[in-house]
Write a protein that binds this ligand. Sequence first.
Ligand SMILES: NC(=O)c1ccc[n+]([C@@H]2O[C@H](COP(=O)([O-])OP(=O)(O)OC[C@H]3O[C@@H](n4cnc5c(N)ncnc54)[C@H](OP(=O)(O)O)[C@@H]3O)[C@@H](O)[C@H]2O)c1
Length: 309
Amino acid sequence: MRSPLRSTETVTNTPSLKRSKNVTRKTVLITGCSKGGIGSALAFAFHCHGCRVFATARDLQKVQHLKKAEIDVLELDVLDEESCRVAAEWVREATGGTLNVLVNNSGVGYVMPLLDSDIAEVRRVYETNVLGIILAVQAFAPLLIAAASQSGSEGGGMIINIGSIAGICPVPWASAYNASKAAVNSLTDTLRIEMEPLRVKVILAVTGLVKTHFLQNLRTTPCLPEASVYSPAKTIIDPWMTGKKADDAALDVEIYAEKFVRNVLRKRPKARYWSAVNSTSVWAVERILGGGTVWVCCMFLLIRKRYTG
Ligand SMILES: NC(=O)c1ccc[n+]([C@@H]2O[C@H](COP(=O)([O-])OP(=O)(O)OC[C@H]3O[C@@H](n4cnc5c(N)ncnc54)[C@H](OP(=O)(O)O)[C@@H]3O)[C@@H](O)[C@H]2O)c1
């Protein structure tokens, strides 16, 4: 274990970064910081804004680029209770018992019609995206509560869960992922109430399309199995499932991260923070038309013809 440092240490001038001099550093822990993803970009952005970042990953090889930038890296598998406990203990030692911001970013996807879904994959998505957040929150809550009880610029405790527009708008062929993100919305809104007496803020980042390796990291190829009942529409559904068009339109991850960090560091951050491509339209459609209605209409127009001729 490395020698502990206080979270309230003073930042000295680092010319290559936009850090401000002589300010107290907020401490930020982010899960799932593998290179190319949202977690990695957030780690850089918080670091550039003068925060002390603990960038975590289940495979330390994937965060070496952050280590080179003098960001603290540590191992954390959100599905492993012991791993969460050890990481929290490490941070406790390093900061003297506080943590200002926990960003629950880790997540996995699964693109498959519900009728063709493999239950082991569905379970993995749920466990990582939902239970992973619960385990991390339980492990780091004492440090966040301790930070929340501090006053002044070094004080404040905050949990940020990375949600998705898919948890609001029922994007077809990804029911397991959508449902896991809808659960993230619900647990975040409930947690906000439960943490209020403890003065820990809870934020849901309702995230639209961001350019990362998310689709390349899927464990199974996103295409219809031969025996699928949707096979007559395979030529329409397969390109949709690969998400290629959505990926092309996605927001640059560094731009997303910069806006995200600015919201977090505001005096009054938005409790539900909508950001990235399609988030505004989903927000509007959901409120005005009802997301489900719109998607059912799209499906009707695109696929139904294949069955009816
Ligand atoms: N990209 C988008 O358009 C988009 C949109 C809305 C929401 N999101 C959400 O944003 C978050 C980050 O996704 P991303 O786009 O940056 O994808 P990504 O590049 O695939 O990043 C996912 C991260 O989660 C990590 N992870 C997976 N299982 C884990 C576990 N058991 N313990 C710890 N870490 C684990 C991955 O680690 P490994 O590298 O070891 O697998 C990786 O670091 C996810 O929650 C995702 O649902 C993304």
